[in-house]
Write a protein of this length. Structure first.
Length: 468
């Protein structure tokens, strides 16, 4: 014989069984893809089926686990007891069963949820605000024929500039207070709006030559104050409703002469509606809860925003001196401009998530700025040609105002003020020297301001920290 021979009874059968078990342990992982116990005990197949069934039932929750301990915690939360684990699943304890499930279920990790845009704009609200900025102009088309020409434009412009400056500063102050609660914002508006209307009325009435002109100045100032309150408190639809008399009368002028009563009555009706709506909105803020520990911001913080309102109003007036229809185009574009402010912030956050270095983010930020400017300025050029305005002046002025608003939205207030005031003073000084209409002073001033503002924007907003 070639080898030793077992002398014990049944030795041949035991050797054969040992060989079969060895072959099974070798082949089973390739057949089943899972760990196979060293010895097949009575009822083992049934228990394996039970473990397979449990793995299939909990596959969605076991697959993302990175360690068997996570599966053990899952099984414990399912209420499996030690007795059930031993009798039904054939494992000694919870961790043994968890390891078996961890090995059976392939690892799959769900995709993280797509980040939402925290600056997604309200499309309807932005479009509505642009319309609301332009609709009051129909009041001048209705009542302008009833007003004396002497000193009217000068008085309205002065009162309008004061109102722009006051309401811009008041709006900033109210928005700061709005972050602490509507009650604080309502108190700020309730005190500031009437005072601003009175200040603008006095400034315009000082230049008016008659009582009718003074009444027109007071009407304009009161409306701008009431509209400012409604816009800050988010009551755009209500403001649109109170402007319906002026809208209907101005539209009817295209084919019908409304007469003196309606020409005077419709603007006054819209004014009364705006004042009543503002009072109602302010009254509604009194029921809001008071914010504990709310602090009142200093007046110095709102000063640059008021000066920017004065500078922006002056630039728009200088542009409208030669091309009045350009002012309407620019006013209507304020809705898309506000929409693009939100889009810039949303795209900048997306760029922040997708870039790895500060230099790469600066490049992406500059590209986002250029894209938003192109989208904003693109429709203005054909619109300027349509109303027989100077496209270059309108585009440069629009770019200056939009970049200024963008910087202010990020808390950078003084550079836009200084640059816009410088451009307005330069263009105004050239106008006072007797320059003919269409001079290059305004486009030169706005062009230089736009270039400087673009450089400031790329430097300030090209930092990741500005968007944190």
């Amino acid at each position: 014989m070639s080898g030793p021979m077992s002398l014990e009874p049944g030795g041949a059968e035991q050797d054969t069984l040992a060989l079969r078990l060895a072959d099974y342990r070798t082949l089973a992982p390739h057949v089943t893809g899972r760990h196979t116990p060293a010895l097949v005990l009575p009822g083992h197949a049934t228990r394996c089926d039970a473990v397979d069934g449990l793995a299939a039932e909990l596959a969605d929750r076991v697959a993302p686990a990175v360690h068997p301990y996570e599966v053990a915690a899952l099984l414990e939360s399912e209420g499996l007891t030690g007795e059930v684990i031993r009798e039904k699943y054939g494992h000694t304890d919870l961790f043994s069963l968890a390891t078996a499930l961890y090995q059976r279920v392939p690892r799959t990790f769900p995709e993280p949820p797509r980040p939402t845009d925290p600056w997604r704009p309200d499309h309807l609200r932005c479009a509505l605000r642009g319309l609301l900025f332009a609709l009051p102009g129909l009041a001048y088309a209705l009542a302008g024929r009833l007003l004396p020409p002497d000193g009217l434009v000068r008085a309205l412009v002065v009162a309008g500039l004061v109102s722009w400056a006051w309401n811009q500063a008041l709006g900033h102050r109210a928005y700061v207070r709005l972050a602490t609660g509507r009650l604080e914002a309502g108190r700020t508006l309730a005190k500031g709006a009437p005072l601003g209307a009175a200040t603008a009325t006095v400034a315009g009435a000082a230049l008016s030559g008659s009582g009718v002109t003074a009444l027109a100045v007071a009407t304009q100032s009161a409306y701008l104050a009431a509209a400012g309150v409604l816009l800050v408190l988010g009551r755009e639809r209500l403001l649109l409703a109170v402007l319906s008399p002026v809208t209907a009368g101005g539209t009817a002028l295209l084919w019908w002469e409304p007469g003196t009563v309606l020409r005077a009555g419709l603007p006054l009706l819209s004014l009364l509606g705006a004042v009543a709506a503002a009072c109602w909105a302010l009254r509604a803020t009194r029921t809001a809860p008071a914010a504990p520990g709310a602090t009142r911001p200093g007046l110095w913080q709102s000063l640059p925003y008021g000066l920017f309102g004065l500078a922006a109003g002056s630039l728009v007036f200088l542009a409208g001196r030669d091309h009045p229809w350009a002012v309407i185009v620019l006013t209507l574009s304020m809705g898309p401009a506000e929409w693009l402010l939100y889009r810039y912030r949303g795209l900048s956050v997306a760029a922040l998530r997708s870039t790895r270095t500060p230099a790469a983010f600066r490049v992406r930020s500059a590209a986002v700025l250029a894209g938003c400017l192109l989208v904003y300025l693109g429709p203005l050029a054909p619109a300027a040609l349509l109303v027989d305005a100077e496209p270059v002046t309108l585009l440069l002025l629009a770019a200056t105002l939009w970049i200024s608003l963008l910087l202010q939205a990020f808390g950078t207030a003084w550079p836009p003020v200084v640059l816009c005031l410088t451009a307005a003073v330069f263009a105004g000084a050239v106008m006072l020297t007797g320059a003919p209409p269409g001079s290059a002073a305004l486009p030169l001033g706005c062009g230089a301001a736009a270039l400087c503002l673009t450089a400031v924007t790329v430097r300030q907003l090209g930092r990741p920290a500005a968007h944190g």
